[in-house]
Design a protein around this ligand. Structure first.
Ligand code: IDP
Ligand code: MG
Length: 174
């Protein structure tokens, strides 16, 4: 099995509930390597691009506000973004994260243990993890610049003053 990378986001509710340590400890069970990490203030453009596959859902507006931290107070308008790398990284991390709906997630999974559904119906499931190889590539390129990752799996282009991803899938209409 080839090396994979996957994007993990600890969402604003995860930061508000001081779950960062617990989540990273849980993810360390995978023995995967962290190759990128940073704290990000999510603006509307990034939120829309990240959730581009859900733009026509009735909960999209709430979802956008959730990932932007708007429902958790000003000091929680941030997420912790990480890239994990290793064999089968996508499935390994997703298994520990648990099902999308925190009430259906196994109780020992991250979402099962720490997630909730708000009265407005948003799944506050504390963590995002890429679902497929295509998603992982799109999401990693959306959240990270090549020089922010210690090992690049995806081709980059170096110009005189810039390093860019060779291809991106940043095709959402805003
Ligand atoms: P995933 O995060 O498990 O990959 P996606 O379908 O990609 O699931 O959805 C992205 C996020 O949108 C979820 O993590 C959750 O926060 C929210 N979401 C997905 N489906 C629903 C739903 O049916 N009701 C409310 N929120 C949802
Ligand atoms: Mg998804």
């Amino acid at each position: 099995m080839k090396k994979q990378q996957t994007l993990v986001l600890i969402k604003p509710d995860g930061l508000k509930k001081s779950l960062t340590g617990n989540i990273l400890t849980k993810l360390s069970e995978t023995r995967l390597r962290i190759v990128g990490a940073k704290v990000v203030c999510v603006n509307e453009e990034l939120a829309k691009k990240h959730y581009q596959h859900l733009t026509d859902k009735p909960f999209f507006e709430e979802l956008k506000n959730y990932i932007m931290g708007k429902i958790h107070g000003k000091e929680y308008q941030r997420v912790l973004a990480l890239v994990y790398q290793g064999e089968n990284a996508i499935t390994k991390v997703r298994e520990l994260a648990g099902a999308t709906n925190p009430e259906e997630a196994v109780s020992t999974s991250i979402r099962g243990a720490y997630g909730r559904i708000t009265t407005k119906g948003v799944y506050e499931n504390v963590i995002h993890t890429s679902g497929t190889l295509t998603e992982a590539e799109r999401e990693i390129k959306l959240w990270f610049r090549p020089e922010e990752i210690t090992t690049n799996l995806y081709p980059i282009v170096k110009t005189k003053d810039k390093i860019k991803w060779e291809t991106s899938y940043d095709n959402v209409k805003l």
